[in-house]
Design a protein around this ligand. Structure first.
Ligand SMILES: Nc1ncnc2c1ncn2[C@@H]1O[C@H](COP(=O)(O)OP(=O)(O)OP(=O)(O)O)[C@@H](O)[C@H]1O
Length: 255
């Protein structure tokens, strides 16, 4: 029997932020994403979505639970060991422009990643960058443009080109389409679907937009106060929610 490869798995992740009071931002969060699959993570503001992304990329430490990447427990990795797996996990954020160095061309911005994380020579890197731009639907002339000379949608495409430059196994998109207009959102969604299938990348797609998640994701997790309150096939969870919170979330979005 064919078994899809689990690229990411989290087991009972707990993260508590202690300020003047305690916030359980992740409350026993277990989830997984397979190669070629897109997992949506939805929930209102403050439900823990970005904390999950930051925990998985090890930008923050968790209090308990495990993070398994390609079958390896990466929960406790530090420094050099952790840097080795950065090739395998990439992130795309809402504000694509500020994720780039505004003084450098798109080519140079992407080249920095290739220079740091691959052994390609200058000529090979240039070819690779051209190929990456083609993959995300940007013409070669964008190589010499600077981030502020691109539209929001084009810049997000360039950010995705840079994110896939190291052939990651897992791509985390944190509100990656939220700043775009509806037609741009649709184009990026189409492209992410294509990338998941053609490059066999697992995508964790964080969004507050249930309609987009419904159109893009295979499965979805609904988070509330750090807990996964419902999960399942995206169309089933969103079209026919069982949990009261998911019902409310859907009603608040679609009224
Ligand atoms: N560094 C931090 N210190 C203290 N509390 C934090 C920190 N980061 C997040 N939190 C808290 O953890 C909870 C979850 O926040 P998180 O950013 O994960 O939510 P979110 O679902 O991504 O929200 P949004 O959709 O607004 O981005 C919130 O109550 C937030 O205030």
């Amino acid at each position: 029997m064919y078994m899809a490869e689990k690229v990411l798995e989290t087991v009972d992740l707990v993260k508590i932020f202690k300020d003047s009071y305690e916030v359980k931002a992740l409350d026993n969060v277990s989830c997984f994403v397979e190669a070629g699959e897109i997992l949506g993570v939805v929930g209102e503001s403050g439900s823990g979505k970005s904390t999950l992304a930051r925990a998985v990329t090890r930008l923050i430490n968790v209090d308990s639970g495990s993070i398994i990447l390609n079958g390896n427990d990466i929960t406790g990795l530090k420094g050099k060991e952790m840097r080795k797996i950065y090739n395998d996990i990439q992130m795309v954020f809402q504000d694509a422009v500020s994720s780039f160095d505004a003084r450098l061309t798109i080519e140079k911005n992407i080249d920095e990643v290739l220079e740091n994380f691959t052994s390609l020579n200058r000529k090979q890197r240039k070819e690779k960058i051209k190929q990456l731009l083609r993959t995300v639907g940007l013409k070669e002339e964008y190589l010499t443009r600077k981030p502020l000379e691109l539209s929001g949608g084009e810049c997000q495409r360039a950010a995705i080109a840079r994110a896939i430059a190291t052939n990651p196994k897992l791509l985390i998109c944190d509100e990656a389409t939220s700043a775009l207009d509806v037609s741009m959102q649709a184009q990026i969604v189409k492209m992410l679907k294509k990338l998941a299938v053609e490059l066999n990348i697992a995508i964790l797609f964080i969004s507050h937009d249930l309609a987009i998640v419904n159109g893009l994701c295979d499965r979805v997790l609904v988070m509330y106060h750090g807990k996964v309150v419902e999960s399942g096939k995206a169309t089933e969870v969103i079209c026919n929610p069982q949990d009261d919170y998911t019902k409310k979330l859907k009603a608040s979005v679609f009224i």
